[in-house]
Design a protein around this ligand. Sequence first.
Ligand code: NAI
Ligand SMILES: N[C@@H](CC=O)C(=O)O
Ligand code: NA
Length: 437
Amino acid sequence: MNGQTLHLGIAGLGTVGAGVVRLLRENAQAITARAGRTIEVVAVSARDRTRDRGVDLAGLTWHDDPIALASDPKVDVVLELIGGAEGSARTLVETALKAGKPVVTANKALLAIHGAALATLARENNTSLLFEASVAGGIPAIKLVREGLAADNLVRVGGILNGTCNYILTAMRESGRDFGDILAEAQALGYAEADPSTDVDGWDAAHKLAILAGLAFGQPVRFDSLHVEGIRNIAACDQAFAREMGYRIKLLGSARRDEQGAIEASMRPCMVPQSAPIANVDGVFNAVLTEGAFSGPMLIEGRGAGAGPTASAVMADVIDLARGTALPVWGMDPRPEIACAPRENLAGQYYLRLFVQDRPGVVADITAALRDYGVSLRALSQHAAEEAGKAASSQTVVPLALVTHETSEAAMLSVLTALEPLETVVGTPLLMKIETV
Ligand SMILES: NC(=O)C1=CN([C@@H]2O[C@H](COP(=O)(O)OP(=O)(O)OC[C@H]3O[C@@H](n4cnc5c(N)ncnc54)[C@H](O)[C@@H]3O)[C@@H](O)[C@H]2O)C=CC1
Ligand SMILES: N[C@@H](CC=O)C(=O)O
Ligand code: NA
C-alpha cells in the first residue's frame, strides 16, 4: 500500500461517519503530510441514500449492503462506523478481517464483547484492527495505554468514559433541570448512542472500561463480569447532598489489578471530592486515568463524544495504517479472557441515600442495620420535606443521606437487604462508592 493512495470504504454515515468524511476533506493537506501518502474515501454504505448529511458523496460508490465493502476491490481499509455488538457491524468486521483487510472502528460494544475473538481473527489473517475512537472520543486513550505505557506495569485504569452521562450529571448539578430534557439535548448534539439507555444505564462506559482494562492488563476481561450501574437513580437531592458534603457525582470506571493478578472492575456513579481534578471534568469531557508502578498516576482529559473528536481519533488510526504501523490488537499476543472478582470484594467509604417516612425511630432502625453489619457512620444528613418537593404531612417522605467510614461492599449490601423490609424506608435506596481518585 505504501506510496500509493490509501482507499477507504466507510460503513455508517451518521455523526461519526459523516464527521470522518468532513475531517478528511477539511484537513487533507496535513493528513497527507503525516501519512506520507494521500488518503481518499472511495466507497460508502448507510441506511438512507437520500439523507442530507452536509457532506458531498458524489463520485463515491454506494453499497446498500455494508458487507460488500469487505469485498470491494477498490477498498484498502474498512471503516466500521455503524455501531452495535451484533448484526451488520460485527459481520462486516469479521468479513473484512477474514479477507485480510485492515479495519478501523469506533465500536466499543463490539470490542468489549467480541474483542478476544476478533483479535484472533486479525492475527490469523495477518491484518490489523484499530479502535482509538472507541474509548473516550478524541482522547488518545488507546494509544496511551497500548503504546505510551507499554513498558509499565499498570495497576489501575479507568476514568469518566461517557460524554452523555457526564453532560447530564453536569447540567443537573448546574441547573437543577430534569434528566429527560438534558438527555434530549445530548442526543441533539450527537453524543448519545442510537439507543440512549446504553449511555444512561452505564453500558457504553463499561464497554470502554473493559477495553482499557484488556489493554492495560494484557488480557481481555469478560464483559459480563463487570459491575455496571447507570445514572437513572441519581435525584436532585443527591446533587444537593453531594454539594453540602463537599463532593461531586461522576459516573466513574475503575479497574484494578492486585499482585496476584485478580482484577476488580466497576462502572458506577461515585462521589468524588470537589477538589479532585476529576471532579472538575464536566460536560461532554471525559478523563482517562492510569496508575503504573513506574509512571505513577496520570489523568488526561478531552472531549469524549461528538463528530469532530471522534473523527479525529478514527483518522489517527487510518494514518497509522497508511504509515504501515502494525500492532497486535490488545498490544500483545492474545491471552485467554479473565473474569473480574465479585463486587463484594470491594471496600471503601460509601454514600447511602434513602427516602424515609419522617417519623420517630426511623434513624434508629437504620443505624441498627449499620451496627449489625459492623458499618461505622461518618456523617448523616436529612433534608426537609420542602427541599424534597413534598408537602409536610403525617406521611411525609424525606431524603436522608449517610456517609460511612471505610467498610466492605459486602457489608453495605447486607445493610441494604436489612433495610428492605422496613416500611419506613420508601422506594429504591441509592448506594454510591466514595472515590478519592
Ligand atoms: N457519536 C459519538 O460521539 C461517538 C460514537 N461512537 C461510535 O461510533 C459508531 C457510530 O456512532 P454514530 O455515528 O454516533 O451513530 P449514528 O446512529 O449517528 O450513525 C450510524 C450510521 O450507521 C448506519 N447504519 C445503521 N445500520 C446500518 C446497516 N445495517 N447498514 C449500513 N449502514 C447502517 C446509519 O444509517 C447511520 O448512517 C458507534 O459504534 C458508536 O458507538 C464512538 C465514539 C463517539
Ligand atoms: N455515547 C457515547 C459516545 C462516545 O463514545 C458517549 O456519550 O460518550
Ligand atoms: Na480515543
